[in-house]
Design a protein around this ligand. Structure first.
Ligand code: ADP
Length: 858
């Protein structure tokens, strides 16, 4: 218990899994917590201390459940053979498991990179920035990026780490982390401030990678962003316990600087409203853009697709390179199918290689790696002699020189279907190692001897039913049923009594037992040595394996794009440096996949030559406005990740950012009102959209009273039109469509509806011009609102005449809802004079208050 207490004191925030023989035991409060969290039995140690345990070979499953529930676990192993121990067996905490540091296959989702980040705020010349160091322990990737503080939440959400480390004294980070957590569900781990000390960080990084300076990696030693990289490294070293002589982080690559503004920026709101990873309504992955695009055959490809989708490019050459490859794969069906067949046999090489480096690999990992590498020469061949695959082909050829021989060695050395662990051996094939073969033949000869021995004894004693057997607790025995016990010779020593039989042992059998069990033990030990040797040769080849894994990930995604392009009739987008957005017969990738030929394609033409840059889209609810504007955003996004797009033709002027603000997402759980969320997101758009951005807005201004909302929508439209951001704005405020007459940069579109008798049918077709009817009553009729209510609403509409010019009813009384009648309203007049860009938030608020008061007076 004293030993236990020492470890517990060193890891007070962890549950301590304390290895005792075949179990991990937990004591005291840990035992009670484990009992509650896992439903395992709570017992007591003699001194009255609560205790609970799990069998060590089943521990991973329990660990996974605890980590999922937010616990951290310190695993304390016996690091000395108990047989050699004088007194208490030596133990050490060999790893600390936190959500961000999981590496075992059973604990990870293979489609999601499990990342851990360390963050730090500082002020740079350009203003406050957030440094984000992020590592993927399972593959060894380590990256560092710096983002303006205003984009910090979005960047963290897009990165999607499962754990974030931060300076415990840095209170200003708390609101940011809360916001991230509202979307992400990631663990936040406070760390002592000294971990983030920049000078120590540089030393720590230099020591770990044994370099004199970090300049070789593109950092100056005075780079303040390195503080977070150092903090992350210190956490990883601590949790992976490499100071206890257990190999830890040899596979971790030196930090790589990534430039946040090199790619297309996507903020959290845009990712959410475009439903990139999950749907807005249910939050499920199914039905998301990712789920429809996901055709990858390998875990590496699945993770790569997620990364590409969330990190679109702005470098046209890089995008065209991907498109070239997709085009070839679209055209060459045989090659595409062969590639997909070949890579289907490739397992998670990236993670296996990481586990090998961390000595967490299993025998199955080694066999799987051997099988996976079989694909390498075939893949090399399949990607040769085509300029579109040159880069990938070079990577594979470079990898092949070391990885192919490694693969052969693994295949030769390992049996086809090894056990999940090495405790009883069984990985190394016969004929690989003479010493191991010797031990094994000793065991095998033993088995023959045993059969002969049984026959001999049965004859000698005249007991035909006599059996020689083995069990784990008692070892070898001779079993004689009660009917024959009087015939048992004197040299049989009784060992165990069963209900119907007696079990005996003889000197000869005991001698045999020692020899066989000795050979068994030695065979296992020998296999462990051989396993370690294989692991070392895998480590030597880590660069080749990395290149192989990277190339497989890329080709997997590219071939997936080609499969989709063929299946859904997608085309290669033409990318330009201009600002046009010219889409013929565009479709929404998710709805199109679901509806097939029932989906109505639509054109888009914005921003080219003298064309307007902003389109206002009106039409009734359910007509297809949201679908249309999202489809345009998604087609633009897809063309920036190198995918073909669902359209008959698409010419896309490259975009620096996509902004969306869609619908009234219910964000009450974050403690902010819907309107506040809407305005925060809109403010973000107005501050950052450029003439290269694409802005997609749905129903801005709906979260407040009609006049407020309309006024805001109006002013926002004007601002974006002036900015010349390509903008699609779906709105119910028909009044705004009047702007199209005033400004050439604004166009009106509407969704066609067919009307007959008192019903409507949605045609989902986008047409030029505006509509001034909402058909709200028709839609509610479709939705099943009772007939009486519908009749009354129709009656009211005819008297109130909110929309001028449509109701044939007599003019409404002056004090009724005639806010937007043809004569300009004073509020609108005032609004038209406002320059939102020149106003402070306080001025804007005051003006808004004045407007509201005026409207109320009217
Ligand atoms: P709105 O934004 O105008 O209220 P949505 O875009 O949400 O309408 O579309 C409502 C429904 O209409 C969608 O769920 C889909 O089933 C259908 N829909 C929309 N656009 C199309 C289309 N182009 N082709 C076929 N069905 C469509």
């Amino acid at each position: 218990m004293r030993q236990y207490m020492t470890f517990k004191e060193r890891h007070p925030d962890c549950m301590l899994f304390f290895r005792m023989g075949d179990f991990y035991e937990m004591f005291d409060d840990d035992a009670k917590t484990a009992h509650a969290a896992l439903g395992i039995t709570l017992t007591e140690r003699t001194s009255g201390i609560p205790m609970a345990g799990v069998p060590f070979h089943a521990a991973e499953n329990y660990i996974r459940r605890l980590v999922e529930q937010g616990f951290r676990i310190a695993v304390c192993e016996q690091i000395q053979d108990p047989r050699e121990a004088k007194g208490v067996v030596e133990r050490a905490v060999t790893r600390v498991i936190t959500p961000g540091t999981l590496v075992d296959d059973s604990l990870l989702d293979d489609g999601i990179a499990n990342q851990i980040a360390a963050i730090g705020l500082r002020s740079a010349d350009t203003g406050p920035v957030l440094d984000i160091a992020v590592a993927e322990l399972s593959t060894g990737a380590f990256r560092l990026r710096t983002v303006p503080a205003a984009h910090a939440v979005s960047e963290l959400v897009r990165l999607g780490p499962s754990e974030i480390l931060h300076d415990e004294d840095e209170e200003s980070l708390a609101p940011m982390l809360d916001e991230v957590n509202a979307t992400l569900q990631c663990a936040t781990t406070p760390r002592a401030p000294w971990n983030f000390n920049p000078d120590d960080a540089v030393d720590r990084l230099r020591t770990h990678w044994k370099v004199a300076s970090l300049e070789g990696w593109g950092f100056s030693d005075a780079d303040p962003a390195l503080a977070t990289a150092g903090a992350l490294l210190s956490f990883l070293l601590e949790t992976q316990a490499s100071d206890q002589g257990v190999p830890g982080l040899t596979h971790l690559k030196p930090p790589k600087r990534e430039h946040w503004d090199h790619g297309m920026a996507l903020d959290a709101a845009t990712m959410r409203s475009l439903e990139l990873e999950r749907t807005m309504r249910t939050g499920a992955a199914d039905g998301s853009v990712l789920s429809v695009l996901q055709q990858a055959r390998t875990p590496m490809g699945r993770r790569r697709l997620r990364h590409w989708l969330c990190y679109p490019l702005r470098d046209r050459t890089a995008i065209e390179r991907r498109l070239d490859a997709v085009e070839q794969l679209v055209e060459q069906e045989r090659r595409r199918e062969r590639i997909r067949e070949v890579i289907a046999g490739v397992q998670d090489v990236a993670r296996i290689s990481g586990r090998v480096a961390m000595r967490r690999a299993t025998p199955r990992d080694l066999a799987a790696l051997g099988r996976s590498l079989r694909a390498l020469p075939d893949l090399c061949e399949l990607l040769s002699e085509d300029a579109a695959f040159d880069v990938l082909h070079q990577r594979l050829t470079a990898a092949a020189s070391t990885a192919v021989p490694l693969g052969e060695r693994l295949l030769d050395s390992c049996v086809e279907d090894p056990p999940a662990h090495l405790r009883e051996g069984g990985l190394i094939a016969d004929g690989v190692d003479a010493e191991l073969d010797d031990y094994r033949s000793l065991q095998r000869d033993g088995t023959t001897w045993l059969t002969e021995y049984q026959t001999r004894l049965a004859e000698e004693t005249g007991i035909p039913s006599l059996k020689v057997g083995y069990n784990k607790v008692f070892g070898y025995y001779i079993e004689v049923t009660n009917a024959h016990t009087q015939r048992v010779p004197i040299e049989f020593n009784r060992k165990q009594t069963l209900k119907n039989a007696e079990r005996y042992i003889t000197e000869e059998l005991k001698h045999y037992e020692e020899r066989v069990l000795g050979a068994q033990h030695k065979a296992v030990e020998r296999e462990q040595v051989l396993f370690e040797e294989l692991c070392r040769s895998i480590e030597h080849c880590s660069h080749g394996l990395h290149e192989f894994a990277e190339a497989v990930a890329d080709i997997d995604v590219l071939a997936g794009f080609a499969v989709l392009a063929v299946k859904h009739g997608c085309v290669r987008p033409v990318l330009t440096d201009g600002r046009e957005l010219d889409i013929k017969a565009g479709r929404h990738p998710v709805l199109d996949a679901a509806l097939g030929s029932d989906f109505v394609p639509n054109d888009t033409s914005l921003g080219g030559g003298d064309e307007p840059t902003l389109a206002l889209i009106t039409g009734p609810n359910m007509a297809g406005k949201s679908t249309y504007i999202r489809q345009v955003a998604l087609i633009v996004l897809l063309s920036h990740i190198g995918s073909f797009v669902p359209a008959a033709e698409a010419t896309i002027g490259m975009v620096d950012r996509i902004f969306t603000r869609i619908g009234s997402a219910d964000e009450l759980h974050t403690g902010r009102s819907t309107f506040m969320v809407e305005m925060t997101e809109t403010a973000n758009i107005l501050h950052h959209a450029t003439d290269r951005s694409l802005v997609v807005l749905d129903e801005i201004g709906r979260g407040t009273s009609t006049l407020d909302g309309l006024s805001l929508a109006w002013a926002i439209t004007e601002t974006l039109a002036d900015r010349e951001s390509r903008t699609l704005f779906a709105t119910h405020y028909h009044e705004i469509t009047a702007l199209a007459d005033q400004r050439p940069t604004i166009a009106n579109l509407h969704v066609a509806v067919r009307e007959w008798e008192d019903r409507i049918a949605f045609l989902h077709r986008i047409q030029p011009g505006s509509t001034d009817r909402s058909y709200g009553i028709h839609v509610s009729q479709l939705a099943g609102v009772p007939a009486l209510t519908i009749a009354r609403a129709t009656q009211l509409m005819n008297t109130l005449s909110v929309d001028t010019g449509h109701a044939d009813a007599p003019p409404p009384p002056a004090d009724q809802l005639d806010l937007f009648a043809a004569t300009p309203h004073p509020v609108i007049e005032l609004l038209q004079t406002l320059d939102l860009n020149a106003m402070t938030p306080m001025e804007a608020f005051d003006t808004l208050r004045r407007l509201t008061d005026q409207a109320k007076e009217h």
